[in-house]
Design a protein around this ligand. Structure first.
Ligand code: ZN
Length: 407
């Protein structure tokens, strides 16, 4: 075997086990495996999880918050600030910042990321092409799925339609979309569905990012998904407006989302920063209703979205920090709720991204993370060091922290 983990914890109910890895795959799982590894790692009871999955992130506009501030803190100004900055980004600049993000993701145990890479007639394909090149270069360290993302709209930004087609020809994995930032949300949805079907690709929407429940296009999107037989192939990020819907309508929409097999990515760091800016008291959390979605049978994920820019002027790229934020923000702190949160960074996200060989089981890809904590239930509470990060059977990052106490 290439690598064997000894005495690791996969779940809190079971006993410690060994995990053997060979040829980039999980070859065997069981107590006291007889095989020997070219490299052996003593788990000493630490938790082993499948790799974290960053299901919604913007690589090419991270780490630019100090170039131009978003003074109002609103989504509108964030989009304006970002649109003004983008044409100034050079290839070298984008590449350096994207590399910094990828490095931090890998160190924090992410083995996959869905990157929404944007383009428009003003900035061209500079950022998008850079992300495509990094996808190839980083393939043995982190799997990058690239969504072709028309941040400035399609119908209202002439020339973007042809760029969307070009982006798919260049090799985008997923068709991205943003109905709320276009002249007609429904026409935008129709347009991207046709493109996705032409290229046989999944869809990922920036959807209904508003504080209020008016002007939602999620119902249209869900019905369109069913009509086009695209169940299980559509994801939506944000969906904050659903949190403002009265419960009866909310629950109708949740039932529709379940029927359409639409996955929802909650992006709490961004959504709480930009949302509720007009509330002068009793400021709302402006988050998609994660608990109601989960209880309604919808596949829910947690993701980072942005790191240190006009949309989210903080963040480290550590998904466990996003999960720790979601515990109070989404009312997921109850002991029974907490157990449902880690899957929102792992198995639920794998389902949303359509990953077929993911998980802690024999024959699956050896994308795993050894955490410096002893109970699965403590993973999000401790935010432990990622002791060993393995991508396709190879160690790609290790962290060891040591505190010298003076007492
Ligand atoms: Zn986004």
């Amino acid at each position: 075997m290439d690598l064997v983990f000894r005495k690791v914890r996969l779940d809190d109910a079971g006993s410690l086990t060994d995990v053997a890895i060979d040829g980039g795959k999980i070859a065997d799982i069981g107590p006291n495996l007889a095989c020997r590894g070219a490299k052996e790692i003593e788990g000493a009871g630490r938790v082993l999880i499948p790799g974290l999955i960053e299901s919604h992130l913007h690589l090419e506009k991270a780490f630019v918050m100090d170039r131009k501030p978003n003074r109002s803190g609103t989504l509108m100004e964030a989009i304006a600030v970002s649109a003004a900055l983008k044409p100034t980004f050079t290839r070298e600049d984008i590449e350096a910042r994207a590399r910094r993000v990828l490095k931090t993701l890998i160190g924090f145990g992410s083995t996959h990321v869905r990157a929404h890479a944007e383009f428009d007639p003003a900035q061209g394909f500079t950022g998008f092409d850079t992300v495509l090149d990094l996808r190839r270069e980083y393939a043995d360290r982190i799997t990058i799925q690239v969504a072709a993302f028309p941040q400035e709209g399609i119908l209202k930004a002439p020339g973007t339609d042809a760029m969307m087609v070009e982006a798919m020809k260049k090799g985008a994995d997923v068709v991205g979309a943003i109905p709320y930032n276009d002249t007609s949300a429904n026409a935008h949805i129709d347009w991207v569905f046709k493109l996705a079907k032409d290229f046989d690709k999944d869809l990922d929407f920036h959807q209904d990012f508003r504080d209020d429940a008016d002007q939602m296009s999620i119902e249209y999107l869900a019905r369109k998904t069913i009509a086009e037989k695209y169940e299980g192939r559509v994801s939506v990020g944000h969906l904050t407006a659903l949190g403002a819907a009265i419960p009866a309508r909310r629950d109708e929409i949740i039932a529709l989302l379940k029927d359409a097999g639409i996955s929802v990515m909650c992006l709490p760091a961004t959504d709480m920063h930009l949302g509720g800016r007009k509330d002068e008291f009793n400021v709302r959390r402006t988050l998609t209703p994660v608990r109601a979605l989960r209880d309604g049978g919808v596949n829910v994920c947690l993701a980072t979205n942005n790191i240190r820019n006009a949309f989210t002027p903080y963040g480290t790229g550590d998904l466990l920090q996003i999960a720790a934020l979601a515990l109070p923000a989404c009312h997921l702190g109850g002991a029974d709720d907490q157990l449902t949160v880690l899957p929102m960074l792992t198995t639920n996200s794998a389902k949303a991204l359509g990953l077929k060989n993911y998980g802690l089981a024999v024959g699956k890809d050896a994308d795993v993370v050894l955490l410096n904590t002893q109970r699965v239930a403590d993973v999000i509470l401790d935010i432990p060091d990622r002791s060993v990060v393995v991508k396709r059977g190879r160690i790609v990052a290790q962290t060891e922290r040591h505190v010298d106490y003076a007492f």
